[in-house]
Design a protein around this ligand. Structure first.
Ligand code: PEP
Ligand code: MG
Length: 756
């Protein structure tokens, strides 16, 4: 037998549940009525509800069909049995033959041995599992997708009942671990530097739906449409007032977000849920749960991040529907606030008063998520991937965000707090000092002038070049603007973008690196094949030479944008001279095309190469005849030199660039470049670390391109450095066999008063 699952049946079931919930009697009595209503309507012999209790156990709270004596007795750990598995995965499960499933765990006290089939769904709220709803049948019943949908809708209604605090104390739901109130240190991933101390503000608005089932879909739809149009109006207002309205990729991010808001597919799914008998609010929650469930199985980071935009919109829509005052009201934000979220959309961060925001803690997130890009542009410390933070933190708890080390301290002890207060104060002093040094000339104690440029990818970074005494942009990573867009930008879009870069650089030189995509730098709209070894795979120049049209378009845009200016272009991941030559040929074709079209040409052109594949080091004499400049990409160069993945934390620290073997390699590069009279700079992260930068200067480099945030410390080092004695000292280290001479160099710096 099949339960029909057309909207009418579902509506009837929901309205029965509503009547029960509105009725009198204890919460337990109502739950008992609900399970029997579900069992009846879904033509199941069993319907049971398990609720999550402290200690990560699921307790049988009500059942129709299993033995009544098992209620409040049967308990399953998360992950134990099929029910525990549904909770652990937060995924539904439908099995015609449940007993042969490897996870099946038979509980004799329930008498469930006679039931063959099982369908269960997690009871989810705000992304957390609050329990599990299960139906079972004696026969090998094949549950349909529609039946699963019905059960999920009912589970959504139940979630509100559990969250309402009638069945279990609401505190239980907040603090799932028994040590929740003790101080704790929780490790995460560093996404934004700095230390932030303040009171936790739980970002997820805690909506409790008083009504989940509605009789009149027409009026619910009307409420939805009104709320949607209010939301669009409020969003337009907010986004046009955002600090990034001047343009750049932050504006792009927000624009993409606005597009999501207008997505008709999302709205029509909410309407469908309303038609099945839910209130508009419950329908929004239902669609949110569906999106979460589906997307949690998607491996693609980019798509998963986009779910966050929908989450953000769902929250906003709920606020408009429920008339809840804006939970991000400035007035409600504590003086020092640390926002804690599962993850957030970019617009959500802008809701908070920047003046009061000390840090952000995310349970999920990735370095490339839009909120992290925005936070770092705003200099807000961020720690992400902090497991179970939401289960452990309460609103107002004191919290320390240690963005420098990727950890948070929850309800810290006085000692810890004092230590962080002190280091924060020291940091503030140092920041003030660095802010001054930034503007000083980059000249060593003995008068050697060092070229200091910055690496940029965001327009916001480019703006820094004006602020301090800097020599330009030594590495402009063109793939970054490609990565934050929703589509591949065409030539006019690229021209517009590169023009902005020139404008912001205000006459200082900019070195544009052509697209370095592939590997870990994935374009969201680019269907790239899985590669076993992406860093050494089809990336950067390899893609460009196989798909010359892409590179030609980019060069076309660069040549146009550089009209009347100096154009500097370099190619990434070149492994052979021949590759550079092919790139140059493509450049020349585009240049000739612009010439033929009578376009205003660049004032000068320089073509360079990134030195980041070791094979190229051995071809330098030939290469140097062809190139106008070289930039050492130490990040990739060393990962390939040592065969040591730069992104793998287990590998970090295994090899040290401060070692004689690296010095010998770099000395050779310098000697070749000098002999050929070709300028050479270092643009990898190595140049952004004071001790390493000191060493590079000691070896003979006179041009560094560094990340904007390190200009202060690097200039402080340069201005305290006497070069000649360091040169001699490094010479004495060149032939050593050491794994690392880091400590030796640290001691040298200390003894010579060098701020490294
Ligand atoms: C490098 O490899 O050192 C470099 C600067 O390029 P990216 O970090 O963008 O790969
Ligand atoms: Mg590189």
């Amino acid at each position: 037998m099949r339960a029909t699952s057309n909207p009418k049946t579902l509506r009837r079931l929901l309205s029965r549940i509503r009547d029960v919930m509105a009725g009198t009697g204890t919460a337990q009595a109502r739950l008992d009525l609900i399970v029997s209503a579900i069992a009846g309507d879904m033509v199941a012999e069993v319907c049971s509800i398990y609720v999550l209790r402290p200690g990560e156990v699921l307790e049988l709270f009500a059942t129709e069909g299993l033995k009544a004596t098992a209620v409040h007795q049967t308990r399953l750990r998360i992950g134990e049995g099929l029910v525990g598995n549904i909770a652990a995965q937060a995924q539904p499960l439908a099995l015609a033959d449940a007993q042969s499933h490897p996870q099946f765990a038979f509980r004799p006290e329930t008498g469930e041995e006679i039931y063959q089939s099982l369908m269960g769904v997690p009871i989810l709220r705000d992304g957390r599992v609050l329990g599990v709803l299960v139906v079972q049948n004696r026969t090998h019943r094949r549950y349909t997708d529609e039946e699963l949908e019905v059960l999920q809708t009912v589970a959504m209604v139940l979630a509100e009942m559990v969250a309402g605090g009638e069945l279990v104390n609401r505190d239980e739901l907040l603090h799932a671990d028994s040590n929740a109130l003790l101080p704790s240190r929780i490790a995460g991933t560093k996404f934004g530097d700095g230390i932030g101390i303040g009171a936790a503000v739980l970002h997820q608005p805690q909506f409790v739906l008083s009504k989940t089932v509605a009789d009149d879909p027409v009026s619910e739809r009307k409420r939805l449409h009104n709320a949607l149009s209010d939301m669009h109006g409020a969003l337009d207002k907010m986004l046009s007032a955002a600090p990034f309205k001047a343009g750049g990729e932050h504006a792009e991010i927000l624009e993409a977000y606005r597009m999501f808001a207008l997505d008709t597919g999302w709205a029509s799914r909410i309407e469908e849920a309303i038609d099945s008998g839910l209130t508009a609010e419950a329908a929004v929650q239902k669609v949110r749960n569906d999106i979460r469930t589906r997307m949690s199985q998607v491996a693609d980071d980019y798509l998963r991040e986009r779910v966050q935009d929908f989450e953000d919109l769902a929250n906003r829509l709920m606020q408009h529907l429920m008339g809840v005052p804006n939970v991000f009201d400035k007035a409600r934000l504590p003086e020092n606030a640390v926002v804690v979220a599962r993850t957030m959309g970019p617009a959500e961060l802008l809701d908070y008063d920047r003046e009061r925001l000390r840090g952000v803690v995310l349970a999920e997130g990735s370095a490339t998520s839009h909120v992290v890009i925005l936070a770092s542009a705003l200099n807000i410390p961020v720690v992400g991937r902090v497991k179970a933070i939401l289960e452990r933190v309460g609103d107002g708890d004191q919290i320390i965000v240690d963005g420098d080390n990727g950890q948070v301290f929850l309800r810290p002890d006085q000692d810890v707090l004092e230590a962080f207060n002190e280091s924060q104060a020291q940091q503030a002093d140092r920041q003030a000092y660095y802010a001054e040094v930034r503007n000083e000339p980059a000249v060593t104690r003995d008068g050697t002038r060092i070229g200091v440029q910055i690496n940029a990818g965001l327009l916001l970074d480019v703006g820094h070049v004006k602020e301090s005494d800097l020599d330009g942009i030594g590495l402009y990573r063109t793939e970054i603007p490609f990565m934050v867009r929703q589509h591949y930008p065409d030539v006019p879009e690229q021209v517009e973008f590169y023009r902005k870069v020139y404008e912001l650089a205000a006459g200082k030189p900019v070195t544009f690196r052509t697209l370095d995509v592939g590997g870990d730098k994935i374009l969201p709209y680019w269907d790239s094949a899985e590669e076993e070894n992406p860093a050494m795979g089809w990336r950067a120049m390899r893609v460009a030479l196989d798909r010359p049209a892409l590179l030609r378009q980019q060069i076309r845009a660069l040549v146009r944008a550089a009209a009347g200016q100096d154009l500097r272009v370099m190619f990434p991941m070149v492994a052979e001279v021949a590759e550079f030559r092919k790139g140059r040929q493509l450049f020349e074709m585009e240049y000739a095309r612009a010439q033929a079209a009578g376009a205003v040409l660049p004032r000068s052109v320089a073509l360079g190469v990134m030195l980041e594949v070791p094979s190229l080091v051995f071809q330098l004499p030939a290469l140097l005849n062809d190139v106008d400049f070289v930039s050492v990409g130490s990040n990739d160069l060393f990962q390939f030199l040592f065969a040591s993945d730069r992104g793998n934390p287990q590998m970090s620290g295994r090899y040290d660039p401060l070692s004689p073997l690296v010095f010998r390699l770099l000395t050779q590069v310098l000697a070749d470049c000098r002999a050929a009279d070709v300028p050479v700079a270092v643009c990898g992260e190595m140049a952004s670390r004071p001790l390493e930068a000191m060493t590079l200067i000691g070896l003979g480099f006179r041009a560094l391109s560094i990340s904007p945030s390190t200009v202060g410390p690097i200039k402080a080092m340069i201005r305290s450095l006497p070069v000649p004695p360091l040169q001699a000292f490094l010479d004495s280290l060149l032939d050593g066999p050491q794994h690392s001479v880091r400590e030796t160099l640290k001691a040298y710096a200390r003894d010579h008063g060098i701020e490294a």
